[in-house]
Design a protein around this ligand. Sequence first.
Ligand code: FES
Ligand SMILES: [Fe+2]
Length: 433
Amino acid sequence: LGVQWNETAVGPESRIDELVDDRGEGGIFRVNRRTMTSPGILDLERSRVFDRCWLYLGHDSEIVAPNDYLRRNLNGRPLVFLRDAEGTVRSFFNTCTHRGAAICREPRGNAKTFQCFYHAWTFNNSGQLVALPDEAGYGESFDRSCYALVAVPRLECYRGLWFVGFSADLEPLTDYLAGAKEYIDLVMDQSEAGMRVVPGSNIYATNANWKLLVENSIDGYHAMPVHQTYIDYVRRQGGAVNKNALRGGAARSLGNGHAVMEYEAPWARPIAYWEPLFDEKAKPEIEAKRRELIERFGEERAHRMAETFRNLLIFPNLILNDIAAITLLYVEPVRPDYMQITAWELAPVLEKGETLARRLDSYLTFIGPGGLATPDDVEALESCQRGFAAVAEVEWSDISRGMGRTVPLSHDELQMRSFWRQWRDLMATGGAA
Ligand code: FES
Ligand SMILES: [Fe+2]
């Protein structure tokens, strides 16, 4: 296997199959570490994985008012995500149809038009070219309508989550999401008035392959050793840590590479599992929330919503974690050993005051560059990536845990195998590179 993994070096497509050593349930499952070091593999991933999947763009609540917009980067493409003057949600490539400059240079805002700073062509937020300096200088065949902003090929929404497809022939989003829909519902149903993204995000970068963070986000096995700092903190504050929860639960494949681990909440969550951590004042309010969930959904579903954790992977690079806080995490590959991460916090639309403050506190205590958990994860991932420098001598990572069990547990590795099997199937078959 060459270190530079490009189409010509790969040879027959069956060679990509060999990067995932999958000997069936009850056996061994290993991944070749070149999948996480090779620039050629990342090139192939861009066309064969990312361009053939629905990619998360943003949440409805981030562009509430007409003319709201924000910028995003998806699989390397610069995009604008906006609600136009009539209220229609749209997404355009953020590149001027004149000579390429960004038409939107602000991270977010509210605007009816975008004027390119290079030669001042102006587009409205439905994408039409509406003005340009010295139009008379163009010949007769110049037609403004041929220079409209280019929209993404596909744009669809499920429960407030907007996704982009870069291939026109993708299956509908709701089919693509398959079994993941039920888990999205468990989050979105937590508020009758709907959920929103709390303004602001954590944006950070890690010197590791993007797939390491995908694995880490659905990896129950690492929680006790890596997150000792956080667990000690919860204990010191008087919170209970249910160690057994981390050793039980279930892992499920949800189709199309999506996967989830679900388990009894092992420690504090602001809604609706009350902890001494939130102080006594919070207790009645959290119990009221729990009663409301029982009324709306019955005991069993309310229990899942209020007192269990779930880490959901929406293939290939969106994580929806309903744990100490509800977090959306988007992973953007940049280089084989470098990724950018954006994390947002979800909260009920109507939640305010101390309840919201408690939720945000729980989020920031655990997640993000200033949290007590994320920096430990980052160190673990960067440590793996540094270890991959020895890929010529130490070629394989093992993901076999739980293959011997009929029903894999949340701290097994079925979730990661679901991801890698889908990755292998997409990488090894079809699609122009
Ligand atoms: S590149 Fe935008 S106006 Fe020239
Ligand atoms: Fe972690």
